[in-house]
Design a protein around this ligand. Structure first.
Ligand SMILES: C[S@@+](CC[C@H](N)C(=O)[O-])C[C@H]1O[C@@H](n2cnc3c(N)ncnc32)[C@H](O)[C@@H]1O
Length: 255
């Protein structure tokens, strides 16, 4: 069965339910409220098909995306080229990358923190810390497991230009001690008479809220800024409500 990340156009369509302009508005609001430096250069980790890219470029940011999958990198590079010189896509592993010169803002969107164990998680923050200027923000969308991703089954449908997708998102707990779960995204594609299924399966290490706070408190290079539900700065997380696409922001400390 083909992998979804090897078919970026279908990935793009399957996750097109978001309002990318509104999300970049929120990112700009985060920068306005919490960044200690002016932001010109942004870095997106696990950028995939870069659905936010056009919005960043239209607002004058210099955008770099980093992704491990060659098909995603190629697809996003074509998108970036069409937008002019303000964007570039690099192939690399978010759990160990070196990026020079440092950027003013970094983000990771739609739960794309792909680490399988604690060593990779720590190394990920080491890499982001090296890549981000002091005072700059690291913005994480749905990367903290307030509602653990154990045994979720969610499904939705997308129709566009004669293509119908039925997308199913499934998670299954793998190991309680290692905090790992399997994530499966299954996309059933119908185009005219043609029907096929594309699937993406991977193992992820969950990141729970209190360990995230403890990790940030113990690190010399980051400070915790805050977290909110639903990409909404009026919805500070208090633990009472179920979460949906919670965002968390940390800031790079001076050396
Ligand atoms: C869910 S997609 C998210 C794409 C994009 N951020 C968005 O908002 O739609 C996750 C992406 O992370 C990439 N990825 C997975 N593991 C990675 C790693 N270790 N380093 C860099 N990218 C990785 C995948 O190739 C995929 O393109």
């Amino acid at each position: 069965m083909p992998d979804l990340y090897d078919e970026p156009a279908y990935y793009d369509l399957a996750f097109s339910f978001r309002d990318f302009a509104a999300e970049v508005d929120i990112i700009q609001e985060a920068i306005r409220q919490f960044s200690r430096i002016e932001v010109r250069r942004v870095l997106e980790l696990g950028c995939g098909s870069c659905p936010h890219l056009a919005e960043f470029v239209a607002r004058g940011y210099e955008y770099t995306g980093l992704d491990l999958n060659p098909a995603m990198v190629e697809y996003a590079t074509r998108k970036a080229a069409a937008l002019g010189p303000g964007a570039r896509i690099l192939r690399g592993d978010m759990s160990r990358f070196v990026f020079e010169p440092p950027v003013d803002f970094a983000c990771i969107l739609l739960g794309s923190l792909y680490v399988t164990n604690t060593r990779e998680l720590v190394s990920h923050f080491d890499s982001v810390g090296r890549a981000l200027r002091p005072g700059g923000l690291y913005f994480l969308d749905w990367c903290i497991d307030f509602d653990p991703h154990t045994d979720i089954w969610d499904t939705w449908e997308v129709d566009r230009d004669g293509v119908h997708l039925r997308v199913t998102y499934i998670t299954n707990r793998l190991n309680r001690v290692e905090q790992t779960y399997r994530e499966t995204v299954m996309v059933q594609v119908s185009e005219g008479e043609r029907q096929r299924t594309i699937e993406q399966r991977c193992v992820k290490r969950a990141v729970y809220p209190q360990e995230f706070l403890a990790m940030m408190a113990a690190r010399p290079d980051f400070e915790f800024v805050g977290w909110w539900n639903n990409w909404d700065f009026n919805q500070t997380l208090d633990g009472e409500e179920p979460t949906n696409r919670p965002i968390a922001i940390v800031r790079r400390l001076p050396a």
